[in-house]
Design a protein around this ligand. Sequence first.
Ligand code: BG6
Length: 525
Amino acid sequence: MTWTNVSEVSGAATDSRQAPPHTFILFGATGDLAHRKLFPALYSLFVDKLLPDNFAVIGVARTDFDDNAFRQEVKSAVDKFSRTKMNEKAFTEFIQRFFYSKLDATNPEDFQKLKQRVEAVEHQFSLPEQRIFYLAMAPNFFGQVALNLKASGLSAASGWRRLIIEKPFGHDLQSAKVLNDELRQVFEEEEIYRIDHYLGKEMVQNIEVIRFANSIFEPLWNNRAIANVQITSSETVGVEDRASYYEKSGALRDMVQNHMLQMVMMVAMEPPSRLKMEAIRDEKVKVLRSLRRYTPDEVAQHVIRGQYDAGQINGKPVKAYRDEPNVSPSSTTETFVAARLYIDNFRWAGVPFYIRTGKHMAAKATEIVVQFRDMPKNLYFNRDGTLGPNLLVIRVNPQEGMYLQLNAKKPGTDETVVPVMMEFSQSLKNSPEAYERLLYDAMDGDSTFFTRWDEVSLAWKFVDPIADAFRSDSLPLHHYAAGTWGPRASDQLLMQDGFSWWPVYGQKLPANVKAEHTFGQSLER
Ligand code: BG6
């Protein structure tokens, strides 16, 4: 039995503030990220009137395009990937502001040509020298591009300048420091916007509001009331065509170092003194400072790594990771990580935070489950003699919303207790994409939902010993069939503490489990 209280919220941006005029210089303009995410995001911002009236986009890449060929590319990307339907009139206006400059990132002369182009466009539209440099390219070029921006004088804008970069930010602490030092020769920390697209997700941003705008949660948000926290980000896709990157990164660097830890921080942070970007980021960083770091010897007790074998995804057979193109047949790269984390501060002492993420799992879902402590078991039970705990489940993807699981009397019975859910879900249909929010914030100079250097470095300090343990094979590499929920060892990790993973959205339940006993399962699943 379920109480479902679903409110539909239209997700369209209501912010009527336009970003300030600027020139958006996009490196890697012919790449996948630009096509799938950035052009569609820019177009939606334009249609929603969040882009300034006066702006220009200069695409930069090695391909030999002219402005027209580039505009065609942008058009087909928007056509294919945009959530905002293409409107010929609006698009014609939008695309007139797009230009292209061919550039080899290692060639200083090309940066001189780019500078002339940028200045010409700024002159043509009377744009102030306010420049955003977005590096949607292989990270090994980041340092060099930044230094060339400086040498060419491009970064010396008379107005503001900002640098947006994508992860990965280094491969470990050491390489991240080298990269950061290079960037800092050109840009101030406040000018560097490190994207973690999970921070642009509606429900990840909503965690803060749910926690700090509801008086029913804050008194319970601690180790006296919470038994454990579970954060899952499972994917059905495999490594796809990214093996050359993924072989070196694995799930640990690809997902845990950034997205998973960001969600941990959002759940665990203290209330900020003000809703100002540095106040919020200060509180997030404190979580990482309190995060218990494992020595390579301790890793095996708290971390499970796995790799997918052949299996089935949506009824179709898929290959084992080791048989994927460009993957070594003896690869030990992990495609799955589960871990038990501890945040050793007053609020969270003793509460395990379980995280798990993997490729080729049974369903695509990102969810945060806060499991509250059990009631004393001397009054109410359901027929199995158990009483489910209260849960607060925050659904990030593919559903956006949350539900609170409570216990109530089954109607028509004397004492049968069943779990019921109060659910809030919002329509994804018109919800702005993570990249729209993040691009807008960067244009607006708000770096709240970007990663600060101290966060990056502390995240690496946590991850590096785990990566060392993986490299030295000091813990088993478990294999799991594609299309499952990862290795059994991940279930055992929670069983050691008397817990189990709560089913996430889209998870098929064992045939012998009745819907009313499947805490956390909505009947519509
Ligand atoms: C990216 C990772 O950062 O996040 C990918 O590099 C992963 O491997 C992706 O697939 C997951 O993002 P989302 O938004 O689909 O959960």
